[in-house]
Design a protein around this ligand. Structure first.
Ligand SMILES: *[C@@H]1O[C@H](CO)[C@@H](O)[C@H](O)[C@H]1NC(C)=O
Ligand SMILES: *[C@@H]1O[C@H](CO)[C@@H](O)[C@H](O)[C@H]1NC(C)=O
Ligand SMILES: *[C@@H]1O[C@H](CO)[C@@H](O)[C@H](O)[C@H]1NC(C)=O
Ligand SMILES: *[C@@H]1O[C@H](CO)[C@@H](O)[C@H](O)[C@H]1NC(C)=O
Ligand SMILES: *[C@@H]1O[C@H](CO)[C@@H](O)[C@H](O)[C@H]1NC(C)=O
Ligand SMILES: *[C@@H]1O[C@H](CO)[C@@H](O)[C@H](O)[C@H]1NC(C)=O
Ligand SMILES: *[C@@H]1O[C@H](CO)[C@@H](O)[C@H](O)[C@H]1NC(C)=O
Ligand SMILES: *[C@@H]1O[C@H](CO)[C@@H](O)[C@H](O)[C@H]1NC(C)=O
Length: 815
């Protein structure tokens, strides 16, 4: 059936395992059966899998559902998000009243489902459907009337067929709540929900602050939210006396699509387009200035592209002109001429905007626009009206009964009629038509919500080609505040605003990845050259001058196996470095991907091993700066178009001092699976720790398997231990991944395994230096015998109980 492994405690027991005896995949758990930590059930079509998992760098166990065939593991639902299990003793059972019980080892209840029946039935089962829905039903499970279903309790993900909204009869609410972080599925800061005050709208909040309003449904979409005809899914909004929800369905079930609310509050639709590409953002909601609820106050209109961003609707003027002109728009606008409730009021048509907040509104789906106007006129609180549904010429009546809030320019073709003093109206009529046209055009340009498909970044086209040749040799900029340093820097300076523009405001769409020292974004310069912008995280304690020193040092490091630094930015407490963009991205995207790994034959892999070794040797020795990388791993090896490896993130490690005492240790420096025992235990780093990481990398390159996620049916070792066992048995060639067998050069493979094992020795002193490694790789002299690697836990083998720190001479951590 299924077997899963996870790395638990790095230096006590390197890997814990759980195995399942059964070998046939099942999709149900019957009464009396138990799903243990080492078991999973798999939906009939093998789309989804249910079991226990460990998120990110956490050590906790959670019961969840993930895509069976997608790597990396993509969890779509979590049962015990608030109460983790701290060991592998968790058990899921179904009881005879159809309740799911998640119990810890000592039988305390961790989590349970809610059952609506209180009748015993020994035929109840829990079943994982191919839609990703975990349901409780009697054993036929034919009718849709489930006792319980996980679809009723979404976490941060909506799958096809899941309702997002509210059951108006039972009161059941289906919200999306972000995870706290990638390591922690407990409810995070962001919640997105369907609001049923007035005419329903979707909202997102951050903590208690309203952050984003998706606008009312216009018949084709939520006003202000993008939709595009697409071949992948259809979606709908259902509103009747029983329930209100939106839902999407897949057109082609073989394509996977999900709506996801990230821990950072980005709500997006992701499609699994192609097995080699991973999850592609298809629609992303960008939180920008104008999405700030109430930024422009009542009767204000926000336009992200204009300055100032807020204007008053026509016929309205700033309520507090002084504050308004100073950029505080929250006071909003008031009528230039008061209303005189009754027939004398007129209405001004406004289109090209996202509809105002409808939480205080009234509606009737059978009324037409004329009846709607009459209804508005009759009610003195009515400030505007419009159709509910723009399809088929428009139908229904929506009345706004409050100040009009949260309007922004948007390419929306629904018309809105704003109540206004009729005398005012006649004056404005002539000006009005022109305004509408302007509004429509402006909002077409300023689409906040960026649709992204097939890797085509729409914004790319917006960049106007200007003369920026020589940008890379242009050093000075008005924004630059570095004073006297200008002259001696032969490295281009980029201003924050410039980088912000080149990366579309550091949009998630341009995010290439997140690494030890910050987040990397892709950017396109005006001349079309692509760059990678690394925005350093704030963990550094360094000041401006120190940063500049580091940048200068890194800039002087030039080697064909190191990523080239193109520029930097040090401004507004933002430190960024700009690198060449390498189209083939990082080694891990090839190595650990079933399809793409076949593009790396042995010749290429051996070339990559050699290149990394040379780059590292240069850092350790030849550069005279003695740079210790500290986070060498497959994700930090970038590949150029000819598959030449280039080490990235080198030199940055020097900036992050004292990291091991910080809460963000795991994110900042070192990645489990790549760090040696002396660091894990004592936080001590030396060139030999890089050698250790290099050894892990070599074994990963040969095997195509991740050290951290490696699992075997025969033993409990990690990849290092596995390689060691094979080596001892003279079966090193068995380590070679299936896709490599045909291309491998046996002597080179054997030698590489051997060198890899020498590099991952438990004691730093037993590991070779990089200069030895380069020599060993390059000739065929006799190699020393390796001892068992670090973290090898086989009891019968004689090994030190505690990793030793002898002979570790260089430590950047000050310990
Ligand atoms: C799964 O774990 C249980 C105890 O947690 C154990 O009894 C069982 O043997 C394990 N199954 C396998 C295949 O390891
Ligand atoms: C469980 O369901 C019952 C009725 O179905 C409901 O009254 C109760 O509030 C629910 N409890 C929880 C914790 O959801
Ligand atoms: C859903 O979100 C709304 C608004 O934040 C909140 O009032 C409600 O309690 C939430 N319900 C659930 C079940 O999370
Ligand atoms: C569904 O998508 C798959 C993969 O893209 C394709 O091979 C198949 O033909 C599609 N089926 C239909 C009915 O469009
Ligand atoms: C903005 O103006 C409003 C009144 O219109 C005032 O209450 C508020 O304090 C002002 N905010 C700031 C930051 O000045
Ligand atoms: C909705 O409008 C129709 C047609 O004008 C009317 O017959 C009906 O009573 C209205 N419903 C409500 C709830 O006002
Ligand atoms: C306006 O209409 C709303 C909704 O029907 C109603 O609650 C309110 O009392 C009306 N106000 C006046 C002044 O008629
Ligand atoms: C428009 O406002 C003025 C006051 O500025 C008022 O005297 C007049 O009656 C209003 N006109 C209408 C049609 O309500």
């Amino acid at each position: 059936m299924s077997m899963r492994a996870f790395s638990q405690n790095l230096f006590l027991s390197s890997v814990l395992f759980s195995l399942l005896s059964n070998s046939v995949a099942v999709d149900t758990i019957a009464i009396g059966q138990a799903l243990r930590d080492n078991d999973t059930i798999v939906s009939a079509g093998e789309t989804y899998e249910l079991g226990f998992f460990t998120p990110g760098n956490s050590k906790n166990r959670y019961l969840g559902i993930w895509f069976k065939k997608i790597y990396p593991q993509t969890v779509v639902w979590v049962a015990n998000r608030e109460i983790p299990i701290t060991n592998t003793a968790g058990v899921l059972r179904v009881n005879s009243i159809g309740k799911l019980l998640l119990l810890s080892g000592d039988n305390t209840m961790i989590w349970s489902s809610n059952s609506s029946v209180f009748v015993r039935n020994d035929n109840f089962v829990a079943k994982l459907l191919d839609s990703g829905n975990l349901v409780v039903c009697d054993n036929s499970c034919t009718d849709q009337d489930f006792l319980w279903q996980s679809f009723d309790y979404p976490t941060d993900t909506l799958l096809a067929g899941m309702k997002f909204g509210k059951d108006l009869v039972t009161g059941l609410v289906r919200n999306l709540t972000s995870w706290k972080s990638m390591d922690d599925p407990s409810p995070g800061l962001y919640v997105s929900w369907m609001d049923t005050n007035g005419y329903p709208q979707a909202f997102q909040k951050r903590g208690s602050v309203l952050q984003l309003r998706f606008g009312p449904w216009t018949g084709v979409r939520f006003s202000g939210f993008p939709s595009k005809p697409n071949p992948i899914y259809t979606y709908d909004f259902i509103y009747n006396e029983k329930e209100v929800y939106c839902i999407f369905n897949l057109i082609n079930n073989s394509i996977m699509s999900r709506v996801y609310l990230s821990p950072e509050g980005n709500e997006m639709r992701l499609n699994w387009v192609d097995p080699t590409q991973g999850w592609m953002p298809y629609l992303v909601t960008t939180v920008d200035m104008c999405s700030n609820y109430g930024l422009c106050g009542a009767y204000g209109i926000c336009n992200i592209n204009s300055s100032p961003a807020c204007i008053c609707m026509e016929g309205f003027e700033p309520r507090y002109p002084v504050q308004w002109n100073a950029g505080n728009w929250t006071g909003g606008c008031k009528r230039e001429k008061p209303l005189k409730c009754g027939n004398e009021d007129g209405f001004r048509k406004l289109s090209g905007v996202k509809l105002p907040d409808t939480r205080n509104s009234w509606y009737n789906l059978s009324m037409n626009l004329r009846e709607c106007e009459q209804a508005c006129k009759r009610n003195c609180s009515c400030t505007a009206f419009g159709n509910m549904d723009i399809r088929e010429g428009g139908r229904g009546c929506l009345l706004w009964l409050d100040d009009l809030m949260d309007v922004r320019e948007y390419n929306e073709n629904q018309e809105l009629y704003i109540r206004i003093n009729a005398s005012k109206l006649s004056v404005m009529k002539s000006r009005f038509n022109r305004k509408v046209i302007e509004v429509v055009v402006a909002s077409m340009v300023g689409l906040v919500l960026v649709g992204l498909a097939m890797g085509v970044y729409a914004w790319k086209k917006k960049l106007s080609p200007t003369q920026r040749e020589g940008n890379l040799v242009k050093v000075l900029s008005e924004d630059y505040t570095g004073g006297g340093q200008k002259k001696d820097l032969d490295l281009p300076f980029f201003s924050f605003s410039e980088l912000s523009k080149l990366t579309d405001n550091f949009s998630v769409n341009n995010k290439l990845g997140e690494g030890g020292f910050g987040t990397v974004y892709k950017g396109v310069m005006e001349d079309g050259r692509e760059i990678a912008v690394k925005r350093l995280s704030e963990t550094s304690t360094q000041g401006h001058d120190e940063f500049m020193n580091e940048v200068r040092c890194i800039h002087r490091l030039q080697h064909r196996n190191l990523v080239k630094l193109l520029g930097f930015c040090a401004q507004k407490s933002e430190n960024m470095v700009i690198y060449e963009y390498l189209p083939n991205r990082s080694l891990d995207t090839f190595l650990f991907d079933e399809t793409k790994s076949s593009m790396l034959d042995w010749i290429k892999r051996f070339h990559i091993i050699n290149g990394i070794a040379r780059g590292l040797l240069y850092l350790h020795q030849d550069s005279r700066l003695r740079i210790i990388h500290r986070d060498l791993k497959a994700a930090n090896i970038l590949l150029d178009s000819d598959m030449n490896p280039k080490i990235s993130d080198f030199g940055l490690a020097r900036r992050f001092k004292g990291y091991e005492t910080r809460a963000k240790t795991k994110n900042v420096v070192g990645t489990y699976g790549y760090i040696p025992p002396e660091y894990a235990v004592h936080g001590v780093f030396s060139v030999k720790s890089d050698v250790f990481s290099f050894g892990v990398l070599v074994l990963e390159i040969i095997s195509g398997m991740k050290n951290r996620e490696f699992s075997s049916q025969e033993h409990r070792d990690n990849l290092l231990g596995h390689a060691w066992r094979l080596y001892k048995d003279g079966k090193s060639l068995d380590l070679v991944g299936a896709s490599l067998v045909s291309s491998c050069v046996i002597s080179e493979v054997l030698r590489s395994v051997h060198i890899g094992l020498l590099c991952v020795q438990n004691l730093a002193e037993d590991r070779p230096t990089m200069s030895s490694v380069v020599l060993m790789l390059g000739n065929d002299g006799i190699l020393p015998q390796p001892k068992p690697p670090a973290f090898f836990t086989e009891p019968e083998l004689d090994r030190p109980a505690q990793p030793s720190v002898n002979n570790v001479t260089i430590s950047l951590t000050g310990r």
